[in-house]
Every structure is written in C-alpha cells, then in structure tokens.
Design a binder for this molecule. Structure first.
Ligand code: ASP
Ligand code: MG
Length: 470
C-alpha cells in the first residue's frame, strides 16, 4: 500500500488534477492499493484566510466576491473533468460553497474570528478539492470515494490551527478505510484537516497535507508514503540561490526534519514523526518525471554519504540579545525569558549562551521580533538582572545539515573558513550536541554569497557516491 500526497500546484487545474490522477491510476492498475491525499487547489487556502479576515472586519462584499471566484474555479474544473450539471459531485460542491457562504456571513455579523471558525473556513479548500480528485480517478476507470479527515478517522485534539492527532486516530483510521480496499475503492482523504472527538473540524497547520499523508501511512502500515511535487525532489539548497544545487537521492528522517525547520520548504516539520517508529520510507517524487527516483527518506543515513548534505537559509530572521552581569548564576532568568516568549507565542529558531551566562542571544522570525523584544524588555527592564537589550533585524540564518557531521572532525573549520574567505562576519553561531546541524547568523545582504560559498566548500554540487545498500 502506498499513500500519495498531491500539493496545491498538482491540484491547481483540471489538467493538473488529471495528470495527478494518472499517477495514482498507474499504481492502482499495477495492483497496488493507494490512498490519495490532496491539498486544496493552489492559492485557495490563502484566499480562504483572506475571506475569513475580511469577513471579521465586516467586509462581507469582498468575501462574497472571493467566494464567487472559488465557485467558478471549482465548478468549471468539475465540468472539465466530466461532471454533469446535476451530478452528485456538482451538488456536493454547491452544498459546500453554500455552507462556506453561510459561515462567512455569520462571521461578518459577529465581527469575530476565533481560531476554531478560522479552521472551519480554511477546511473548505481541501473539502472542495478532494471530490475533484475522486472525479478524475473515476474518469480514468478507478473507483474512488472522497472523505474528510474526520470521516477517515483522523481524530485530533482541539488545538485549532495546529492540531495534533490523538492516539486513537491510529486505530480508527484502519477501521474507517479498511473496508474500502476490500471493495477496490480508492480513498481520497482531504489533507490538512482532522476532527475533534466532538466532530469539530481542526487543521494541522500550514502545509499539513504532508502530515495527513504520513499519519494515514503509519495508521495503515503503508509500505511507503509518496509526496508528489512539482520539483525533482529535495535539493542540496535553493536552486534560485545556487544554480548548481542538485537533487538529494537520500536523507534520514532527522535530516529532512531539520531542513523543514530551517527554511527549506520541503515538508511540514512534523510530517516524518508518524513514520519514525515503524520505519516507513518516505519518497519525495516529481510529478513531471515520475520515473525519476526523487528523494528517499529512511531512518538511517547511508554509508558513503558526505558529512554535510544540504545548506538552507532563512532570510527574514532577527537576533535578540539580552545581557547583564546580574544574569550570571541565576537560572531563573533563563526560565523567565522562555516563559515570556511562550506567552507571546513566539518560536525561537536558535539560542546561544556564553558560558559566563552574562549574555543570551535568541533568533526569531522577523515578523515576531518586535513583539518578542518589547515583551522581554517589559519583563526585565528596571530589574536587577538584565542591563542590555538589543534587537538586530536585518539578519539571515544559514544552516548546514547532515547526520554525518556527528563525530567528524573539521566540519566547522571548513564551514567558517568558507564564510570568512568571502569577508562575511558572523553574528551568532549554534550547534546542538546532536551535531546534525550547524547554524549561524549573518547580515541578510550576504546570504546569497554565504550559501554559494558553503555549497561549494562541501562539494554539494557533485553527485553523491552511489551506495549498494539502497
Ligand atoms: N492547503 C493547506 C496549506 O496551504 C495545506 C497544504 O497544502 O499542505 O497550507
Ligand atoms: Mg506543502
């Protein structure tokens, strides 16, 4: 059994959906059981978020115009895929669009948007796209049934906007989907969304369709999970920064997770976690070139792979620096710092503390930096512990990733030599004891130069050694 995820671009038009469906069909016709997990059509989730916020600002007219565009796009796609005007697919789409309009109307009247109603609104993207995929599969001779995440058994907690699967989801999913395979029906399960025990719709966070696919893969003990993309696979770096970037044949779960956190928009950061215990392989595959192997992700790095596999960059980061002799030997200060950031719901990308403890530097995303900085100042200003506060906003964070760095000597020296040779100065450095990642901050204006130099220093443009154990 294979779980196949299709991103928004691969669901973006009737043409794209037909092609995506053909990739499913060729596996099904080859005797494979497939679960299909589509994203919303490209751009739709962003549009729904805009609809939600304009409705809560009272601009229902704008929201309704956007809903009309969604109606037009989904209905014309259904017709292109062969749906008759009074077919069950068209009825279903119209029903969903009507529900969406009513929900938006309610939000417009209340002028209030909770994270719970926001999840309901964005869920329409995948709920509208899944029937289109099912239609395309039927059109190519494969029996298919579209289900919401909740209908497929994906139970979550009620942490709206960022929901996590409940343990019982892993029992309920095979109960809900098992019967379909026996009847030779291919399930098409909406990505991104789940349901609480009370049946309220939740979302797994942006990019959550990846996570849906891996949760289903683990629950069903799938042989593999395939993420179909409009690129070849996961690359050594962003090809827009470095034209020599190339596809990575293989990564470990830990490596791809590290890359997901560090700006290489490869997948939802938690997506590999459901696969780890069972060791289910993940493949990132190119829809344009299905015979290309793409990137295989498994538990262990392979013999012969380089110490550094990839270099990623997060442009819009910022450094917050907190210092003062009063911090020395006062562990309570550290806990207060993190409490403040947690209350403000700010994610910390990177931390560094000198061993004297007189200074702590934190890297956060720039849009959150001011808020975090002000909150920390409020907490400590005028107190005895912290004397200096600094905020640097034009910073980029560069990270090199690879499990092979563990125990390997000279990696950091080579890395920082390459950066220094370009005349770039470092504002902050961090390496965890897992030695999976070395990250550093530089001026944002130097990010391209730095990434190019590091990519070259580690020879990432060269083909990885062929290994026999794959
Ligand atoms: N449609 C959702 C998003 O745009 C989920 C996904 O595509 O993975 O974030
Ligand atoms: Mg995505």
């Amino acid at each position: 059994m294979i779980v196949m995820k299709f991103g928004g671009t691969l669901m973006g038009s009737s043409q794209a959906i037909k092609h995506s469906a053909s990739l499913v069909v060729s596996s099904v016709k080859g005797g494979e059981s497939v679960v299909v997990v589509p994203s919303a059509m490209s751009g739709v989730t962003d549009m729904l978020l805009k609809i939600a916020s304009s409705a809560s600002d009272g601009d229902i007219a704008f929201a309704n115009d956007e809903i009309a565009l969604l109606r037009q796009r989904h209905l014309s796609t259904a017709v292109d895929l062969g749906a008759a005007p009074n077919s069950s697919t068209v009825e279903k789409l119209l029903g969903l669009l009507e529900q969406l309009a009513q929900t938006v109307h309610g939000i417009g009247l209340l002028r209030e948007l909770s994270s719970r109603s926001k999840d309901l609104i964005v869920s329409f993207g995948e709920r509208l796209s899944a029937p289109l995929m099912a239609l395309a599969l039927e059109g190519q001779g494969v029996r298919a049934l579209d289900l919401t995440g909740g209908q497929a058994g994906l139970l979550t907690g009620d942490d709206f906007g960022n929901a996590r699967p409940l343990p019982e989801a892993y029992e309920r999913i095979p109960e809900r989907l098992g019967g379909l395979f026996q009847q030779n029906i291919t399930p098409v399960v909406t990505g991104f969304i789940g349901e609480t025990r009370k049946g309220v719709i939740t979302t797994l966070g942006r990019g959550g369709t990846d996570y849906t696919a891996t949760i289903l893969g683990a629950a069903l003990n799938a042989d593999e999970v395939w993420l179909w993309k409009d690129v070849d696979g996961v690359m050594t770096t962003d090809p827009r920064l470095v034209p020599e970037a190339r596809n990575l044949e293989h990564l470990s779960y830990a490596e791809i997770m590290e890359m997901a956190y560090f700006g290489a928009k490869v997948l939802h950061p938690l997506a590999v976690t459901p696969l780890q215990d069972k060791g289910i392989p993940l493949r990132v595959k190119s829809a344009a070139d299905p015979s290309f192997p793409g990137t295989l992700v498994t538990s262990e790095p392979r013999a012969g792979e380089g110490a550094v596999k990839a270099v990623t960059a997060i442009r819009n980061s910022a450094i917050i620096d907190i210092g003062g002799a009063g911090m020395v030997g006062v562990p309570e200060v550290v806990s207060r710092i993190f409490n403040v950031l947690a209350q403000e719901n700010v994610n910390v990308l990177m931390i560094s503390q000198s061993s004297s403890m007189a200074n702590i530097s934190l890297v956060v995303m720039r849009p959150e930096a001011k808020r975090a900085f002000e909150a920390l100042k409020n907490q400590f200003e005028g107190g005895e512990f912290v004397r200096t506060f600094e905020l640097w906003e034009d910073v980029a964070t560069v990270a090199v990733v690879g499990e092979g760095m563990r125990g390997e000597k000279g990696v950091a020296a080579k890395l920082f030599n390459a950066v220094a040779a370009e005349g770039i100065s470092l504002h902050m450095i961090s390496q965890g004891s897992s030695e999976l990642n070395i990250s550093f901050c530089i001026d944002e204006s130097e990010v391209e130069k730095a990434v190019k130099a590091v990519h070259k220093a580690f020879g990432l443009e060269r083909q990885m050694l062929a290994t026999k154990d794959g």
